[in-house]
Design a protein around this ligand. Sequence first.
Ligand code: AMP
Ligand code: TRP
Length: 332
Amino acid sequence: MADKKRAFSGIQSTGKLTLGNYLGALKQHVSFQDTYDAIFCVVNLHSITVRQDPKELMDNTYDCVAWYLACGLDPKKAILFAQSHVRAHAELSWVLSTFTQVGELERMTQYKDKSKQHKQNVNAGLLTYPTLMAADILLYNTDVVPVGDDQKQHIELTRNVAERFNGIYGEKFIVPEHYHPPVAARVKDLAHPERKMSKSLPGKGCVLLEDDPAAVLKKFKKATTDNEDQVRLDAENQPGITNLLEIYAATQGISSDAALSQFKDSRYGDFKVAVGEAVGASLAPVQDEYKRILADRGFMDSVLKDGSARAAEIADAKIAEIYEAVGFIKRG
Ligand code: AMP
Ligand code: TRP
């Protein structure tokens, strides 16, 4: 496998996954398993930076695992595991936090947003969240990180921390690249196309992965458009229509231009129905798989056990190398 480049990504186990998570993350991630040595992690340590109900956190973790598998992740090819099962994440995060300036962390937009959203709980973990994310990535000698646009700043920080560490201790870490998906890097809310579709802002414009075709269609029929009366790709002036074209393109695996040429003469009403039906139809088989897998925790546990054993093999070697570089006495 050494000739394949390594891809690593993570997804938080908080709340119900959306169409944005599917098109911008899950579906893209799974497509990496054939060409890359791919590792996917359900980042439950990150989740507790916002207060969680224990049962819900556990259910949501299984939920993510089930969606990954339903989307076609093959546990024989890619590694799928839970972050809390591999101790080296917390260990490396500590080391990296001493190579990260508080000022750098305070500048992260996600930190600023979340500390506004959760004013009563601006905990230290919320601030050091990116050092844990850097640890996730750097532990596995990752070449590329497929992740949505909103995470670009965290990848930049990861690169800076890796370079800083390498500058002092020699080339210990691979400096990873951000992989930007060709389409649907940022799926917008159907009702508010100026903002990202997000599981933390559920509502009538947010399509949940578990929505059945009728519910999906209903949301698309109500999608906000404009008064231009012409289907165009123009994110600036027609954000709603452009979002629908991009969603359609990502769903069908075609370019946005190809989607446009299919709908450029359509009326808005017909266009919305066509996109809603296409999305509903593409999700239905994934949902069936999801339900089947979710009912079988034994199977998910075995996937996680095998995944964490394979992940730990890589991560433990890396943390030993880093501890040695820093000057910690060898274990055992
Ligand atoms: P989050 O839901 O913010 O925890 O994100 C999990 C993954 O889904 C990350 O890779 C995000 O970048 C991606 N993601 C979340 N929302 C969207 C969206 N609306 N469009 C595209 N990608 C998204
Ligand atoms: N911060 C990412 C998000 O909110 C999740 C994440 C944690 C992640 N660790 C990662 C993504 C490592 C990619 C690689 O979406």
